[in-house]
Design a protein around this ligand. Structure first.
Ligand SMILES: [Zn+2]
Length: 511
């Protein structure tokens, strides 16, 4: 007994020593590398310098001036900076990133935070901390997987109150479209949702049923003429004779799952939407395109809209794809590895290359994570029964850069698809997504030449599951700034959540 007690005491002693060492190290790192990560920023002007500023489609050696309120007030080349007297201003705080690229913060328009209700899957604190580590400064929470779902103003209020004190970056909300909630839509718009998301097929979530095609007229009539965007999960049931469900196939093989979600399901849903697009002046967005065949269907609908005189961004017909469709192909998914499962599914290499061609030709509009985590117990080796969803919110910038760099693209392309495109989608292009005077100083120092390995200990989101585990990614977020305030630096996230809710709180909280 005595020796056991001694052993336990020894164990506790060494554990405490290790803990002290970790705490001390973290404190020192924070102290040295974060230039006041734990302190309030003094209200003074800042000049961010970089040999590689990525601003509004241009890349140059220069600086970005930020005012006392965290708004970008000037963008300069290095030469033009020399002529400015501001460098002699004692009150100007100069932050020199040297060879790190200075880019606009990433806007991730597709994240499932799942709180409240499924907080064991994810939460606002963990999701937004992970996002800050990944250079994301704004995320938009999807309306489903939380309980309640964001389908009424009262439910939005519950979600906003939950998120309010917990967010490390700015957060906006999608509202949800379910059968019969048309009467809520206008009030949800007034309360500040950036758009609505619906399904044309079973969502897999009981409290978020899909709408039928017959309900689209009523929904589109309600939204007609507004600036709000209506997004759809683009899969629809296809005729039974084309159904490729295979009862005798091995459910642990990815090919079994892939065959159960053929591209025709995506094409069918896109065709349904394309039929309605010319009849209404409503912005339509297709989330997480996997099959390359979706894009020509949407382009035809866009052309019709533009011919009819639409002046909306991209004719009000837009599409996103996600990092997993641009990184993986079905051929490489091993049996039983359901961390790769998502819907629509990751398709073959030829399809992946077509998506990259669309990026080259600007036939896609933005890239999002569709971070959709769950607890490990809902995964397991069976692709047919495992919960579908890929976790990646922390790694988007590096994931896209890893693939884009190998294909010869520049950081301007990265910024276009990860920041500017999503900001346009959510109607915040005059506030977020680009380095331009008048916009929030949401900035990222990114080292395009660094690389790192994805390991469980660096994952900041709640459940450390990822199909990217142990992959080497190129490009590393070094620092993240939200409205000029440092919120992440070299492994440390700001202690205090400093994000804002991008909602109309005077309307929402008055009710
Ligand atoms: Zn999603």
């Amino acid at each position: 007994m005595t020796s056991l007690l001694v052993k336990q005491l020894q164990h506790a002693y060494f554990f405490n020593r290790i803990l002290m060492a970790i705490t001390f190290k973290t404190f020192k790192l924070t102290d040295i590398s974060c230039r006041g990560l734990n302190r309030e920023r003094r209200k003074e002007r800042q000049l961010f310098l970089s040999r590689h500023v990525v601003a509004d489609g241009k890349e140059f050696d220069g600086g970005v001036l930020v005012d006392e309120n965290g708004i970008i007030s000037g963008v300069y080349t290095r030469d033009s900076l020399k002529d400015l007297s501001l460098l002699n201003d004692d009150d100007l705080q100069v932050i020199d990133g040297g060879r790190w690229a200075l880019m606009a913060g990433v806007v991730d328009s597709h994240v499932h935070v799942n709180e409240p209700g499924r907080t064991s899957w994810e939460g606002f604190a963990t999701a937004t901390r992970a996002a800050a580590v990944g250079g994301i400064t704004t995320l938009v929470d999807m309306p489903l997987n939380s309980v309640p779902p964001t389908t009424t103003v009262d439910n939005l209020k519950v979600k906003a109150l939950t998120a309010k004190e917990e967010i490390y970056i700015d957060v906006a909300f999608w509202g949800g479209i379910i059968p019969g909630n048309e009467k809520e839509l206008k009030d949800l718009i007034k309360a500040g949702v950036i758009g609505f998301k619906g399904y044309l097929i079973d969502s897999g979530i009981e409290e978020f049923p899909n709408v039928e095609e017959t309900e689209l007229d009523a929904i589109l009539t309600t939204l007609n003429g507004s600036d709000i965007v209506l997004a759809f999960h683009t899969e629809a049931a296809i005729d039974d004779d084309k159904n490729t469900q295979c009862e005798n196939c091995d459910p642990n093989l990815y090919s079994t799952y892939l065959a159960s979600h053929p591209p025709e399901m995506e094409h069918k849903a896109a065709s349904i939407l394309a039929k309605y697009i010319p009849k209404y002046d409503v912005r339509i967005h297709v989330v997480h395109v996997s099959s390359a065949g979706v894009i020509p269907i949407l382009e035809q609908a866009r052309e019709e809209r533009i011919k009819a005189g639409s002046t909306r961004w991209r004719g009000g017909v837009t599409a996103e794809t996600c990092h997993h469709y641009l990184t993986f192909s079905s051929e490489q998914i091993p049996p039983g590895h359901t961390e790769f499962k998502c819907s629509p599914p990751i398709r073959n290499l030829t399809n992946k290359e077509k998506l990259w061609n669309y990026i080259r030709d600007e036939r896609l509009d933005l890239i999002a994570s569709d971070h959709s985590p769950s607890v490990a117990s809902l995964k397991g080796p069976n692709f047919m029964t495992a919960w579908g969803g890929v976790s990646s919110v922390q790694f988007g910038l590096s994931l896209f850069w890893t693939e884009a760099k190998a294909r010869g693209y520049s950081l301007s392309t990265v910024s276009h698809y990860l920041s500017s495109g999503p900001a346009h989608l959510i109607g915040l292009q005059n506030r977020k997504g680009t380095i331009r005077p008048g916009l929030d100083a949401d900035l990222v120092f990114f080292d395009p030449n660094a690389s790192f390995v994805v390991t469980p200990d660096i994952i900041a989101y709640k459940n450390k599951l990822s199909p990217y585990m142990y992959r080497v990614l190129n490009g590393k977020v070094m620092q993240t700034y939200l409205r000029g305030q440092l919120i992440y630096s070299n492994g440390d996230v700001s202690e205090k959540p400093q994000g804002q809710l991008l909602i109309n709180d005077s309307v929402l909280f008055k009710r």
